[in-house]
Design a protein around this ligand. Structure first.
Ligand code: SF4
Length: 270
């Protein structure tokens, strides 16, 4: 966990990479106006990660100076929660604009997530937490302030812990168990959907085990199947026949399943 850094107030300081305005490129809120607050630091290494610049904390955060301009200025970390909330309000087109807390992994800084989401809610904004969905205790400490949890379900055969993180001898069971714990809390305390990234090497048994776990918690939890955008160590999408097969199998177990690719690469925005 990234240690909370003090900023001279009672609120913890945040270690961020960037803040910018764009449109949501994934999941059921795709296409909606969104300000992204990208946290620094991640304890996973997904094969397809499109944000390796967030894996480690950095000394400074880049801030888009005007929504959609693509012009940025740098500010030093740690940033105060009040400063971040003010930047979000300045970049948001309207109060209906989502504020996405993303990464990296925001739940490595749960005190910042809680304090920032509280301030944003007081200012009339809705927050959207994008997380790898493995840190249930951290979620529990801040979920009451979050309006929508976007929880990835990582398939252990395609993901590993970052160097220095403790793993175990059975990562597949470890990941499924940790995700199930996380989803129970998220579905009890907030609105949540699950997203799984599917690649040509996705294993059928692992996919089925994920469906078992979600259905056992609630068959009405929305599930988004996201074909991988080739990136990093993955150079192809799954075949259409496999995607449609996964869709049918998921729909047989869950009542709200959608197949949605990432859209932001289509129109070339962040
Ligand atoms: S959890 Fe997200 S930021 Fe971390 S390695 Fe995976 S895709 Fe990248």
């Amino acid at each position: 966990m990234v240690p909370a850094q003090e900023t001279g107030t009672s609120e913890p300081g945040a270690s961020l990479v960037e803040i910018f305005a764009s449109a949501q490129g994934e999941g059921p809120e795709v296409g909606r106006s969104t300000v992204f607050v990208r946290f620094g630091g991640c304890d996973l290494r997904c094969r397809w990660c499109d944000s390796p610049g967030t894996w480690r904390t950095v000394p400074g955060c880049r801030i888009e100076t005007r929504a959609g301009s693509g012009d940025f200025e740098d500010r030093p970390n740690p940033m105060s929660v009040a400063e971040i909330a003010e930047i979000c309000a300045g970049l948001a087109a309207t109060r209906s604009t989502w504020i996405s807390l993303t990464g990296g992994e925001p739940l490595l800084q749960p005190a910042v997530v809680a304090a920032l989401a509280t301030r944003l809610r007081q200012a009339g904004f809705r927050t959207y937490l994008e997380t790898h969905g493995l840190h249930a205790e951290a979620l529990e400490s801040c979920v009451a302030q979050i309006d929508l949890v976007s929880m990835d379900w990582k398939l252990a055969s395609e993901v590993r812990w970052a160097p220095g993180q403790a793993g175990c001898s059975d990562p597949e069971t470890e990941f499924h168990d940790a995700h199930a714990r996380f989803l129970r809390i998220a579905s009890r305390e907030s609105e949540v959907y699950v997203k799984v990234v599917l690649t040509p090497s996705t294993r059928e048994a692992e996919f089925e085990a994920m469906l078992d776990r979600i259905a056992a918690i609630s068959p009405t939890i929305p599930l988004v199947l996201q074909p991988v955008t080739p990136c990093g160590g993955v150079d192809a999408r799954p075949e259409a026949s496999r995607l449609l097969g996964w869709l049918g199998r998921a729909e047989a177990r869950l009542s709200d399943v959608r197949l949605i690719p990432q859209t932001h690469p289509v129109y070339g925005v962040l």
